[in-house]
Design a protein around this ligand. Structure first.
Ligand code: AMP
Ligand code: MG
Length: 284
């Protein structure tokens, strides 16, 4: 029997009032007391259940249903967003997954309201949408580097909450995950990228300058968690120094979100008995 959480991640990791990023232990595994090997087994089991629920979600979409799930992944460089996509979303049928990565906005995107490219990337009915970075960059990297005036980014927290309420009311369940890596662990991961030719492609010299702004990024993340963790779109603060824990936690959060839709199989929109008879009557 696979080992279980002592406290489910919805409870253990949900950002509540008073959450303090600066004092959080990012190598901790809140709610999980069984270590790495058991976590790998648990994730495999959760992946099977996620896969089954996702197939029902996909069928619902094919039948014209509008429910969807949106997983928002935020985190500093090396926090493990790509690993979540590979190790958690990799457990389900790629057909049902709609992955969008948000990088530096193009010139055209910069001329539009910041939420426009996000709206265009929302999952269609029946899909699990995954945002690798998101509209939160517009109050993180943009705030830290003062890419727009303060009054502009200040107004965005409320705009984001309003937007997410609309998305939720339209039938999409939003799961927001902040992958929290420590500065020491980030340094080790960047160092590893420099040791391994198979990781050079992930290395960006600019990231090394960016990490010097660590304290300001922490403040920006703290503001996001304080101001945008809402009833319809809560944040989960996931300690990510242990990659296996982050994958375990996100796997379970996603499994619960998709299963929580409680979708059955869409009924046949044809007469089953009549179709059987027609098929049986054919000469081959
Ligand atoms: P990566 O995730 O490694 O592909 O890097 C994407 C880069 O795009 C990161 O450095 C982000 O900070 C940056 N980025 C994403 N969204 C925005 C945005 N709205 N404004 C400015 N930079 C952004
Ligand atoms: Mg990068």
């Amino acid at each position: 029997l696979a080992k279980s959480w002592s406290t489910p991640p919805e409870e253990a990791l949900r950002v509540a009032a008073g959450f303090d990023l600066a004092s959080a232990d990012l190598s901790a595994t809140p709610g999980w007391e069984h270590g790495e090997d058991a976590a790998v087994k648990r994730l495999r089991k959760d992946g099977e259940r996620l896969g089954e629920a996702q197939e029902r979600l996909y069928a619902h979409g094919r039948a014209g249903g509008t429910r969807a799930v949106l997983l928002v992944l935020q985190g500093m460089d090396t926090a493990g967003k790509g690993g979540i996509v590979r190790h958690v979303l990799g457990l389900v049928d790629p057909q049902g997954v709609q992955l969008r990565s948000f990088g530096v906005p193009t010139e055209k995107e910069r001329s539009q309201p910041f939420l426009q490219r996000i709206r265009e990337g929302l999952p269609a009915g029946g899909r699990i949408g995954v945002f690798d970075r998101s509209h939160y960059e517009d109050v993180l990297v943009v705030r830290v580097n003062e890419l727009v005036p303060r009054a502009v980014w200040e107004a965005r927290y409320d705009q984001i909450n309003t937007f997410e309420r609309e998305v939720s009311e339209a039938g999409t369940v939003i799961v927001k995950v902040a992958l929290l890596v420590s500065a020491q662990e980030q340094k080790a991961r960047l160092r590893e990228r420099l040791e391994r030719p198979d990781k050079y492609w992930k290395y960006n010299p600019g990231d090394v300058d960016e990490r010097l702004k660590w304290v300001r990024y922490q403040e920006a993340y703290q503001a996001v968690l304080d101001r945008t963790s809402t009833e319809v779109a809560p944040w989960y603060a996931v300690p990510a120094d242990n990659k296996w824990f982050a994958r375990l936690a996100v796997g379970r959060l996603l499994r619960d979100a998709v299963e929580g839709l409680h979708l059955g199989w869409p009924p046949a929109d044809f007469d089953v008995e009549e179709e059987k008879a027609r098929l049986d009557a054919q000469p081959f």
